[in-house]
Write a protein that binds this ligand. Structure first.
Ligand code: GLY
Length: 264
């Protein structure tokens, strides 16, 4: 395989996730890597990795999603690739893999769907249902975990995907950074970025786009990660994974399960 087809996959279980659960992010990364090896589009590979994390139950996404203050579970997800494909879903209820809904939206005439319309869209697309008894997230000891994500590279192509149950005990309808392009994630011809943490703070910093601009300037991801973390107060949970043509890196101002793998 030439360097042009270098494969890199990074996955994270969220700022505040237990680093001991890196076995889960590693399995998700393997799913993404296998998808790349079989020639699937980068955005599908990223979504498969994130869907694996949604199915883990130890992270705040999919079946591990935390409850809103009224007891409801509302989930956000997004995906993007370096060709400019983007899709996102917000406050989705009752579906197992919101990232798959975001991916279908990315192939539609829309970019972001929320609430009742998103639920109707997912129903019409026969997306897999999540029944209340399948949700294991709330009531666990993972109350600070936030958002799962993936960034990956296949040669000159990049993609990113995210999914979250949102912040614990938020009011229904609250939306964080995840479905906002350039906030929770960004991918372009120079690389891909996926953030995790306090969604309001991440959105106000336009974090992922600004991190991507550092990639465009040729900054090494190993320098980008601490720089971007320094934009946030210590008391604000934040983490990030980054991949570019130069390299890759990840980190957080909390514990964070995350893994990276590469194939040449
Ligand atoms: N970072 C996920 C959220 O704040 O909803």
């Amino acid at each position: 395989m030439t360097d042009k087809k270098k494969l890199v996959v990074l996955t994270h279980g969220g700022a505040g996730s237990n680093p001991a659960y890196a076995d889960g992010t590693a399995i998700a990364g393997q799913m993404g890597m296998m998808a790349l090896q079989t020639g699937e589009p980068t955005i599908d590979a990223a979504c498969q990795a994130v869907a694996t994390l949604e199915d883990d139950g130890r992270f705040n996404a999919g079946i591990g999603s935390h409850k809103r203050v009224d007891g409801s579970v509302q989930m956000d997800a997004s995906c993007m690739d370096s060709s400019g494909t983007f899709g996102a879903v917000a406050t989705l209820e009752g579906f197992r893999n919101p990232v798959n809904v975001a991916r279908i939206i990315s192939q539609s005439e829309y970019k972001i769907l929320a609430g009742r319309g998103a639920n109707e869209f997912a129903t019409n697309q026969d997306c897999q249902i999540l029944s209340p008894d399948q949700i294991v997230g709330s009531g666990t000891d993972f109350s600070t975990t936030d958002t799962v994500g993936c960034v990956l590279r296949s040669g000159d192509e990049f993609a990113a995907a995210l999914s979250t149950g949102g912040i614990d005990n938020a009011i229904p309808g609250r939306v964080g950074d995840v479905p906002l392009i350039g906030c929770g994630l960004y991918a372009g011809p120079a690389g891909a970025v996926a953030a995790t943490g306090d969604g309001e703070a991440i959105a106000m910093q336009v974090t992922a786009l600004r991190a991507y601009q550092l990639i465009e300037q040729g900054v090494d991801p190993k320098a980008i990660v601490p720089t971007v973390i320094s934009w946030f107060k210590e008391s604000t949970a934040f983490g990030i994974i980054v991949v570019s043509k130069i390299g890759f890196a990840g980190g957080a101002n909390r514990g964070m399960a995350w893994t990276a793998s590469e194939l040449h």
